[in-house]
Write a protein that binds this ligand. Structure first.
Ligand code: PCA
Length: 207
């Protein structure tokens, strides 16, 4: 069984998305599990089918979705996803949404299924600049987090981490950033912690 990690393609006129760049920096296996990486389209319609295909093809034992949060200077471990799509900035296919649910009839909010307190502790010990966030927004990242938590089995650790700009984005427009290498280390630690704490039958990993 595999562990699935995804990033997003660039969007909103940017030429780069650290969440896409970062997945190439992750190890190929973690704790003996294959790490499957994929890049999701920033298209509110196409992303639904893409997720279904990925989940069906890999039957992952843990899932971590990643995206960029422009304007945030720390990694954000997202605590909740809302059943709401509401965005003025069109996605890459030109769609906009207002006051629409991600899933008709679904609960208003879903809580992450990552061991987030453990991840925060591990990050703190490693000096990772990160925070717990209680808003994943109402754009594609929140949609993917909500869909993942709705579609994957309850016992599959599942969640979302928003990444800050990296050095490539900071070079094109001066802004606070966290180097991609540090972000990749943080995500590797988050995945290791998830396999260790959320799947108790897993042998403990060496850090
Ligand atoms: N960030 C956007 C969507 C794609 C991405 O990387 C978001 O925060 O919703």
């Amino acid at each position: 069984m595999a562990v699935l990690v995804t990033g997003f393609e660039p969007f909103a006129g940017l030429l780069h998305n650290p969440s896409h760049a970062l997945i190439e920096h992750l190890p190929h296996t973690l704790g003996g599990e294959e790490l499957v990486r994929a890049t999701l389209p920033v298209d509110t319609q196409a992303v639904v089918q893409r997720l279904e295909t990925l989940y069906a093809a890999h039957q992952p034992k843990a899932v971590l979705h990643l995206g960029l949060a422009q304007g945030r200077s720390l990694l954000s471990l997202e605590q909740v996803a809302l059943n709401l799509l509401d965005f003025d900035i069109p996605d890459n296919a030109g769609h906009r949404r207002q006051d629409q649910p991600v899933l008709e009839g679904g609960p208003l909010a879903l809580l992450t299924r990552l061991p987030y307190r453990d991840i925060l502790e591990v990050w703190k010990a490693a000096g990772i600049p990160a925070q717990l966030s209680n808003s994943a927004g109402t754009y594609l990242c929140n949609q993917v987090m909500y869909l993942a938590l709705s579609k994957l089995p309850q016992d599959v650790p599942t969640g979302f981490i928003h990444l800050p700009p990296d050095e490539t984005l900071a070079l094109s427009r001066p802004q606070p950033y966290v180097p991609l290498e540090v972000q990749a280390r943080a995500i590797t630690l988050a995945l290791e912690t998830t396999l260790t704490f959320a799947l108790p039958n897993q042998p403990r990993l060496d850090r």
